[in-house]
Design a protein around this ligand. Structure first.
Ligand SMILES: Nc1ncnc2c1ncn2[C@@H]1O[C@H](COP(=O)(O)OP(=O)(O)OP(=O)(O)O)[C@@H](O)[C@H]1O
Ligand SMILES: [Mg+2]
Length: 282
């Protein structure tokens, strides 16, 4: 399989509102791909189209070598996992019984339940009724549900948005492990640090178009001014361009014992997003 996801000229119109104008991208098998964009930019809509919940107005989408016409089949559904804002649980059942139902639905072995509860840090809550859980706990049960059948590809719509920093970090490590074991991950997030840590490549979605796409490292290098910021012990900050003729200048500073720290000038993904789109991601 060359692409886990291939999107060409995708467009989505709701009535007289164009949510997605024209986007094209692909996701490679084994990749963690992040779709980043401000509220209302079409992230959830894109996931819904890629998982068969919504039809597209124009363009081609292929997921795991399957065309949109077959997204409703049981075979396709068993190969993907979805965590989205309308994923739901049975409120009156316990965490364990919820996951048991989804195991049965996908023919997954029941021992997956404890594996997943450990992954999402919810072992102690296994016998709790879902209606009594906090928002962040529910979010983690939903994540366990999305992954219970060991899908090849998972779509995660803001998986850590309701979580405290400790649980968000735990989930991020879990996603990294899952990816190392071979699962392809398509994730949307507002959290630029999360995207920088987690994603092999990110796409910036804004005004219905992808305005930038690449690895966080490559983007940070592309938008860098390629200068070093040198902090001296007497509190000065010197900006020295990364040019061969400046090598001696930096060498002399270090040799004279004046240098407290040298920083590269690569901007953060958040700063690049602001520069490219004119919008902050909050
Ligand atoms: N079913 C629908 N009917 C009409 N308009 C819709 C529908 N779903 C989404 N939209 C519109 O499409 C645009 C994109 O919405 P979408 O939910 O995809 O944004 P998003 O990037 O996921 O935002 P957020 O970060 O707030 O979740 C918005 O203007 C939204 O109002
Ligand atoms: Mg959304």
């Amino acid at each position: 399989m060359e692409h886990a996801i291939k999107v060409t000229g995708l467009r989505k119109v709701f009535g007289n509102h164009t949510a997605i104008e024209d986007i094209s991208f692909d996701v490679k098998p084994g990749e963690i791909f992040g779709l980043l964009g401000p509220s209302g930019s079409g992230k959830t809509t894109t996931i819904k189209i890629l998982t068969g919940e919504l039809g597209q107005s124009a363009g081609e989408v292929s997921v795991l070598d399957t065309n949109a016409g077959s997204f409703g089949t049981a075979d396709f559904k068993s190969r993907i996992g979805i965590l989205s804002d309308n994923s739901s649980l049975y409120e009156r059942l316990t965490v364990y019984d919820n996951l048991k139902l989804f195991c049965k639905l996908y023919d997954a072995p029941l021992d997956r339940i404890d594996v997943m509860l450990e992954e999402v840090n919810l072992k102690e809550a296994r016998s709790k009724v879902v209606s009594k859980l906090s928002k962040g706990m529910k979010q983690r049960v939903l994540l366990a549900k999305a992954l219970i059948h060991q899908p090849e590809l998972v779509f995660l719509d803001e998986p850590t948005s309701a979580l405290d920093p400790g649980n968000a970090a735990h989930i991020q490590r879990g996603l990294q492990k899952l990816n190392e074991a071979g699962t392809t991950i398509f994730i949307t997030t507002h959290d630029m640090e999360e995207a920088t840590e987690l994603c092999d490549r990110v796409a910036f979605l804004n005004n219905g178009k992808i305005q930038e796409l690449g690895s966080p490292d490559a983007l940070r290098y592309k938008y860098s001014t390629h200068a070093f910021h040198v902090e001296t012990f007497n509190g000065e900050w010197l900006v020295i361009e990364n040019k061969t003729e400046n090598a001696d200048k930096i060498r002399d500073l270090i040799a004279s014992g004046q240098v407290k720290a040298i920083h590269s000038d690569n901007p953060t993904l958040g700063q690049i997003f602001l520069k490219v789109t004119g919008k902050e991601l909050v």
